[in-house]
Design a protein around this ligand. Structure first.
Ligand code: NAD
Length: 321
C-alpha cells in the first residue's frame, strides 16, 4: 500500500485534475454506476469533536473507500486545522488497503471542483462578474477554481468580518481580477455567478435581490440547520445538486422543502446535465442554483487521482501492513 501525505497532495493535485475527477464521478452517480453509503457523523463527547465517515463505491472509476474525520474546534489553538480528515482507498477486487491519503487539502480542492463543475455546465457563457459570499478556509480555493471556468472581469465579495476578505483579495490580485468589497444586496444585483461558502444559519441572500440569469453555487450548507439562501430562491429557480437525498436533508434545499416550496423530484442531479440527459440551463433569464452538499465519492475520486499522480511522480511512500 502507499501513503500520500498532505504535502504531496498539495504538490501533485491541481484544480484542473480535481475538476476532471469530480465531473466524472458526478456523471457516474447519475448513471447509477457510483453510489454513496450512509453517512455516519457523531458528537464523540471528547474535545467537543464531531467525528464520522463518508464512504462509497464508484464502479466506473473503481474507487472504493472512505473519508474519516471531522471537526475539532480546539485545534486552531494548537496550530492545527479544525477540520481533519484522512482518505482510505481499498482495492475493489480484493478488499486490501491500497492507499492512505491526506484529506485536508483534498477536501478544499474537491469542494471547489464541485462548484466549478456547476459553473462550467450551468452559468451563462458571457458571465462577467463573480460574487463571493464568505472568506473562510474554503473561499480562496473556490475563487481560484471558479475563475478558470468563465472569462470574469471582476470579483465582488462580502464576508461577515470584512477584514478577512484579504485572503480573497490576494487570489484576485494573483489572477489579475479587480476586487471590490461590497454589501450583499449589491453583490446579488450585479453578479452573474455567486458562490456562497459560509457556516451561516440564516439566509444571506434574498430572492428579490437577484439578477435574472445568474448562477448560484451554494456550498456552505452541509448540515441540518445551516442556511445561506432565502428558500424562495428555490421556488423561482432551477435546482441542481450533487446528491438529491443529501440536498433535501442536510443541504441548502432542506429549508425550501420544509417550507413546502420544493420537493426532491424538482431537484436535478448535476451528473444528469454532464451526461446530457437533462438540458441544464434553459434560458438566459433563468436562475440556476447548485446545492453542493459534499459527498464521499468526491473525496474518493480526488484521492484516487492524487494517489495515481503521486505514484507517477515517485512521491508516494510504499509501505507494507
Ligand atoms: P471557516 O470556519 O474557515 O469559515 C467560515 C465562514 O463562514 C467565514 O467566512 C465566516 O465569516 C462565515 N460565517 C460564519 N458565521 C456566519 C454567519 N452567521 N453569517 C455569515 N457568515 C458567517 O469554514 P470553511 O472551511 O471555509 O467552510 C465554510 C462552510 O462550508 C462550512 O459551513 C463548512 O461546513 C462548509 N463546507 C462544505 C463543503 C461541501 O462539500 N459542501 C465542504 C467543506 C466545507
Amino acid at each position: 500500500m502507499i501513503i500520500v501525505s498532505e504535502a504531496t497532495c498539495r504538490e501533485v493535485m491541481t484544480a484542473a485534475d480535481a475538476f476532471v475527477a469530480v465531473e466524472a464521478v458526478f456523471a457516474a452517480m447519475a448513471r447509477g454506476d457510483a453510489y454513496n453509503f450512509p453517512v455516519i457523523r457523531e458528537a464523540i463527547g471528547h474535545a467537543d469533536a464531531l467525528y464520522g465517515f463518508k464512504s462509497g463505491f464508484d464502479r466506473a472509476g473503481l474507487s472504493l473507500g472512505l473519508k474519516s474525520g471531522g471537526y475539532w474546534p480546539g485545534n486552531a489553538a494548537k496550530g492545527l486545522t479544525n477540520h481533519q480528515s484522512t482518505i482510505f482507498l481499498f482495492d475493489p477486487d480484493t478488499g486490501s488497503l491500497r492507499a492512505l491519503v491526506g484529506g485536508n487539502y483534498l477536501t478544499a480542492v474537491r469542494t471547489a471542483a464541485a462548484s466549478s463543475v456547476s459553473i462550467a455546465h450551468l452559468a451563462r457563457q458571457e458571465s462577467k462578474v463573480l460574487g463571493m459570499v464568505g472568506a473562510g478556509h474554503q473561499a480562496p480555493f473556490q475563487l481560484r477554481a471558479a475563475a478558470a471556468q468563465r472569462n470574469f472581469d471582476k470579483v465582488l465579495a462580502w464576508n461577515l468580518h470584512p477584514q478577512k476578505l484579504q485572503s480573497l483579495q490576494q487570489v484576485a490580485d494573483e489572477l489579475g481580477l479587480p476586487f471590490e468589497s461590497v454589501e450583499r444586496e449589491q453583490l446579488a444585483a450585479e453578479s452573474d455567478v455567486i458562490i456562497t461558502i459560509t457556516s451561516a444559519h440564516e439566509a444571506l441572500l434574498q430572492q428579490g435581490w437577484l439578477k435574472p440569469g445568474m448562477h448560484i453555487a451554494c456550498m456552505g450548507t452541509d448540515t441540518a440547520g445551516k442556511q445561506e439562501l432565502d428558500p424562495l430562491i428555490f421556488a423561482s429557480g432551477s435546482v441542481f445538486t450533487d446528491e438529491v437525498a443529501q440536498s433535501v436533508s442536510i443541504g441548502e434545499a432542506q429549508h425550501a422543502v420544509a417550507a413546502g416550496l420544493l420537493q426532491a423530484a424538482d431537484i436535478t442531479p448535476m451528473g444528469a446535465v454532464i451526461n446530457g440527459t437533462h438540458p441544464g440551463r434553459r434560458s438566459d433569464d433563468e436562475i440556476t442554483v447548485f446545492d453542493g452538499t459534499g459527498v464521499g465519492l468526491q473525496d474518493l475520486a480526488v484521492a484516487s487521482a492524487g494517489a495515481r499522480l503521486a505514484l507517477e511522480r515517485g512521491l508516494a511512500q510504499e509501505v507494507s501492513l
